[in-house]
Unconditional design. Structure first.
Lengths: 352, 279, 303
């Protein structure tokens, strides 16, 4: 089957600026999404809980960070902190207002994270580039410190391990791997759609204007502080949402260490590897980061097995090399390589 | 007679001098005694002039005369040390955002396009001030946001037709040749539906053909789209042919102000700038 | 506890640890001044250099007197840093010449991760004691107790800074380095051998990292948390200004002193351990007042 868009004439502007203008793409995505929803039938619990679930949650966080770094051009190393805010907010809401529907809990947790994000985004009007990156470290460390020191936030729990309460949504217990996976998938799809809509509209353009030349952006009427704060808010919303899902669907416990500087870098790597300034890139990057350790341990099993810490060191080395290679070869990341590949496919078997 | 790159139409109206001195009702912009100093250099020294609605006014002068800084003050980028700006007769403290909202659009000598976006996106970004849909409506997209996007797109396409840049719609602007980038920047300015267009050397770096096209666009923007134009330009042929009135600056001061014929004959201007080369 | 002697002691102790922050920051400034690259990997280079030294020292020292072991390890570690500089120039800097600074910054992040992985492979999670031949006993100056190691660090650091400042300001190579920092392509076009310059500067930064690593390792032992401490040199840079050697020193001293003082006097009221974020918040506050840092160059954006 040839991958062609011959005969697909766009007769309205709506068609021209659709998310997937090529018909074959639309079919593939539809089939893909349907297949994703049917996965629990054929995949093992292990895959659902240990691979696909973190992949979806990471993707949401990566979408958030991509909005901030890729679209609005504000370099941030505080992702972990905002995820933590969302996680702790969701936990406290669930514990103290148990009558609330869990979807409401997640949204409100995201909004709280958005507020915190806006607060720490205030310096962005005066500080740019690497300076801003270092300033976001302040947010990361400060949030970590506060969350550990204020016992009210963990409900005065004396033990180190604080468990999230069991989830009941619309009468269903969300306990089985399948139900957790489906919930995460639904949220991820909605999140991706919302982000894509934002990004291809006027707000996305104002963000990209700020990223490319914020002085010139003022000329066309964009107010830099507003646009930047909005970027921080939206980005932190997604990160907070991801943090809440991390606690309730994935790990099941609240621990600030899960959202440390290491996590911030991990999400940043997903965004860089997957592709800055694309929504698809978030998923691709998350997939890379989630699958790499598995691929490595499978590879090491072939040669007789290596201890896990050695493997995790190799992971780091590979991340670094991949990032450097991508920055040299294709700064727009794997997502761009993917779309370039599709372009080649469109004209295959002709070379150009 | 030096080469006149512009079409003869404007020349005719120049001869008839149909544009008389502006009356108070149709003064769009007035600057009074604008002065600004950078370090030890007085970039502009008590510059005053007015701009009538619908006219094309040129600012000329040797390099370093203070033309760009004048434009930057009108635009709100620089804050004048002293002096006032009156828009529609109302004294206004100019900031870039205030200027944008008041209907002033601008292009730059060194091109201030958003290099990471396509031509279409760049021009669409000129419509940002006209966004009426809310945040939530945009997240949902289907419905009001979709319709607004289409409306803006239709308007932008009209401008793309007007400036004949259809073929480069989806090209990232960083890859376009200089002359095309200048056209895209003009398109973005026009997308704002401005009352006043501030153009900083719109013909710089262009060959004769490109200059003719650009002249045509500016004239059309003035007559069809109703833009008042204030432009900085070095090509004397363009200036003489295009403008209704001219302001001449030298070392930060205004040394002449009037119709092209008057300015061309002004001895101070000839000494400072023209050097008698124009016949 | 507001005994003035005690306050002074705390302050001096803070100043001395500030010297260490300053040393790491110095490496950043060198690379930034000379190649316009913000080397995020500088912190991990400190750890990496120290680890190499320690492993080499145990390798060489095992068979002979400790003096030989020390010097051999020093030479060996320096050689490794030189090799690192060559690899970085060839594999990272050369392919990315004249890319936007953000791209280069992200590349150094990648580099930092690679070095972290290698360092972890080489060193594991152990703490290696480091012996540089200076006894650890404290001496008393004007009634204040100061560790010999700290004194040595301060003195050696001062000499190092003075030498580097002179080098940058007055030597031909120093001028070339500053040209490169301004504009890679322009420097190339006037015939400055970009590649050699880069290798040179990264080696110098590597040497400074090694120096800092040795001092710190002697003080705390060579361990992984060193890289977290090294991360704190980032706020030092913000306060001092990225482009200034004296700025790095000033910033380091300010951060070191205030951090120690607030830790001892303020922290108990707040619940303790504010060292994790204090330096960053301080830098943030500083930036809001003076975005280019104390001694940095003013960032002018033109349209």
């Amino acid at each position: 089957m040839y991958y062609r868009d011959a005969g697909q004439f766009k007769t309205t502007y709506a068609e021209d600026s659709a998310i997937f203008p090529v018909l074959q793409d639309r079919w593939m995505i539809c089939i893909g999404v349907v297949a994703a929803f049917c996965l629990p039938v054929i995949t093992s619990d292990y895959w659902l809980t240990s691979i696909l679930l973190p992949l979806l949650i990471f993707s949401i966080a990566a979408i958030g960070l991509n909005i901030l770094v890729g679209y609005a051009g504000q370099l941030s190393l505080g992702t972990g902190g905002f995820m933590a805010v969302g996680a702790f907010a969701a936990y406290n809401l669930a514990i103290r207002l148990p009558f609330l529907n869990y979807l409401v809990v997640f949204v409100v947790a995201g909004l709280i994270a958005a507020l915190v994000g806006m607060l720490f985004g205030l310096p962005s009007l005066r500080i740019k580039g690497f300076y801003l990156a270092v300033a976001t470290l302040a947010s990361q460390f400060l949030i970590e410190w506060i969350l550990v020191r204020v016992p009210w936030l963990t409900n005065y729990s004396s033990s180190g391990v604080v468990s999230a309460p069991p989830m009941v949504l619309f009468g269903h217990h969300i306990e089985s791997p399948a139900s957790k996976y489906l919930l995460a998938l639904s949220i991820a799809v909605v999140a991706a759609l919302a982000a894509k809509n934002l990004v291809r509209g006027p707000i996305g353009r104002s963000w990209m204007a700020i990223r490319d030349m914020d002085i010139a952006a003022e000329i066309i009427g964009v107010r830099p502080l507003r646009a930047k704060l909005l970027a921080f808010a939206v980005s932190s919303f997604f990160c907070g949402l991801a943090g809440a899902l991390w606690v309730f669907l994935y790990i099941g416990t609240i621990e600030p260490q899960a959202f440390d500087l290491h996590r911030s870098f991990q999400v940043l790597f997903m965004v860089i590897i997957g592709g800055l300034g694309t929504i698809l890139g978030a998923f691709v990057g998350a997939a890379f980061v989630v699958f790499l350790p598995i691929a490595l341990s499978n590879a090491s099993a072939l040669i007789g097995g290596l201890p896990p810490d050695v493997l995790s060191n190799f992971e780091l080395i590979i991340y670094g090399c991949v990032i450097i290679t991508l920055l040299i070869g294709e700064p727009l990341g794997l997502a761009r390589l993917w779309s370039l590949g599709r372009e080649k496919l469109r004209i295959w078997p002709f070379p150009y | 007679m030096s080469a006149l790159p512009c079409l003869p139409g404007k020349m005719g109206s120049l001869m008839n001098s149909s544009t008389s001195m502006p009356s108070p009702q149709n003064v769009l912009l007035e600057v009074k005694n604008l002065s600004i100093k950078f370090g030890g250099i007085q970039a502009n020294d008590k510059v005053s002039f007015d701009l009538a609605t619908g006219e094309i006014r040129a600012i000329i002068g040797p390099n370093g005369a203070g033309k760009s800084s004048l434009l930057n003050m009108i635009n709100g980028f620089y804050r004048p040390d002293s002096g006032e700006i009156f828009l529609d007769g109302i004294k206004t403290v100019m900031r870039p955002y205030v200027a944008a909202v008041s209907g002033i659009a601008r292009t730059f000598q060194n091109i201030a396009l958003f290099k990471g976006m396509t031509t279409l996106d760049n021009i669409m970004s000129g419509r940002l001030l006209k966004t009426r849909t809310s945040f939530l409506e945009q997240i949902v997209h289907w419905g009001p946001a979709r319709r607004e996007e289409d409306r803006h797109r239709a308007q932008v396409e009209r401008i793309i037709d007007f400036l004949e840049i259809q073929s480069i719609r989806k090209t990232p602007v960083g890859r376009l040749p200089y002359g095309m980038q200048k056209r895209v920047e003009l398109a973005r300015a026009l997308a704002m539906e401005p009352r006043l267009l501030l153009l900083d050397e719109p013909m710089a770096g262009m060959n004769l053909q490109e200059k003719q096209d650009m002249c045509r666009f500016i004239l059309d923007a003035n007559s069809e789209l109703g833009c008042t134009v204030l432009l900085i330009e070095h090509d004397m042929g363009v200036v003489m042919d295009l403008s209704d009135r001219i302001v001449v600056l030298d070392h930060g001061k205004k040394i002449a102000d009037g119709k092209p014929i008057e300015v061309r004959a002004d001895q101070r201007v000839i000494d400072a700038y023209l050097g008698g080369a124009q016949a | 506890m507001s005994d003035p002697m005690f306050i002074l002691e705390v302050a001096i102790s803070g100043l001395l640890s500030g010297v260490l922050y300053a040393l790491v920051a110095l490496g950043f400034v060198l690379i930034y001044k000379a190649s316009g690259v913000f080397n995020f990997a500088q912190g991990i280079m400190v750890l990496f250099a120290a680890l190499c030294f320690v492993r080499l020292q145990s390798l060489f020292g095992a068979n002979g007197p400790s003096h030989i072991g020390f010097w051999a390890a020093l030479v060996g570690a320096m050689a490794i840093m030189l090799l690192l500089a060559i690899c970085v120039e060839r594999l990272v800097l050369r392919p990315l010449v004249n890319q936007p600074p953000l791209t280069l910054f992200m590349a150094t992040m990648g580099l930092a991760v690679v070095l972290e992985g290698i360092a972890s492979l080489v060193g594991g999670n152990l703490i290696y004691p480091l012996d540089i031949g200076i006894a650890d006993d404290p001496i008393e100056i004007f009634g204040i107790l100061v560790r010999k190691v700290d004194l040595f660090a301060a003195a050696a650091g001062t000499i190092l800074v003075a030498a580097l400042t002179v080098f940058f300001q007055f030597s031909r190579v120093g001028r070339a380095l500053r040209a490169v920092a301004d504009d890679h392509l322009a420097a190339l076009s006037v015939g400055i051998p970009l590649r050699h310059i880069w290798i040179l500067i990264w080696s110098i930064a590597g040497a400074v990292a090694l120096f800092a690593g040795l001092i710190w390792g002697a003080k705390l032992g060579v361990q992984f948390s060193l890289s977290t401490i090294a991360l704190k040199s980032l706020p030092v840079l913000l306060i001092g200004g990225f482009t200034s050697i004296p700025g790095a020193i000033a910033g380091g001293l300010i951060v070191g002193a205030t951090e120690k003082l607030t830790e001892v006097f303020l922290a108990p009221a707040l619940g303790g351990a504010i060292e994790s974020w204090f330096a960053y918040v301080l830098a943030l506050a500083f930036l809001l007042i003076r975005p280019q840092g104390l001694f940095g160059e003013k960032i002018i954006e033109r349209v």
